[in-house]
Unconditional design. Structure first.
Length: 100
C-alpha cells in the first residue's frame, strides 16, 4: 500500500537486480512484490536469515532492536525483513534471485 511518497529504487549486487520500494514497505516486502527472492524466515528481525550488507543508502527499522550488534550496524549489515529504505539503496545480497 503506497502512502503517496515517491518510490525509491533498490539495487542488489552482485546480480544487478533492481526493484522499486514503496513507502511503508520493508526491503523484503518490496523485493517480493517485484518477484525477487531474498533469503528470509522469521520476518521480525530475530533469525538473521535475511542479513545482508548495505553498500549505499540508508535504512530505518520498524523494530527498536533489530537483532544486530552495534559493530554489525557500523559495518553496514542490515536485516531487510524489518528495514525500510530512506531513499535509494544498494545491497550486497549474493543469494538474491529473480523468481522470473
Amino acid at each position: 500500500m503506497s502512502t503517496g511518497a515517491p518510490q525509491t529504487t533498490a539495487r542488489i549486487e552482485p546480480g544487478g537486480l533492481r526493484f522499486d520500494t514503496d513507502a511503508g514497505r520493508t526491503l523484503l516486502q518490496s523485493a517480493e512484490a517485484a518477484g525477487i527472492e531474498l533469503p528470509s524466515s522469521c520476518r521480525n528481525g530475530t533469525c538473521r536469515t535475511c542479513i545482508c550488507r548495505l553498500l549505499d543508502g540508508e535504512v530505518r527499522y520498524r523494530v527498536e532492536w533489530p537483532g544486530l550488534s552495534r559493530e554489525e550496524k557500523a559495518e553496514g549489515w542490515i536485516l531487510p525483513c524489518v528495514a525500510e529504505p530512506v531513499g535509494d539503496v544498494r545491497l550486497d545480497a549474493p543469494l538474491a534471485r529473480s523468481q522470473f
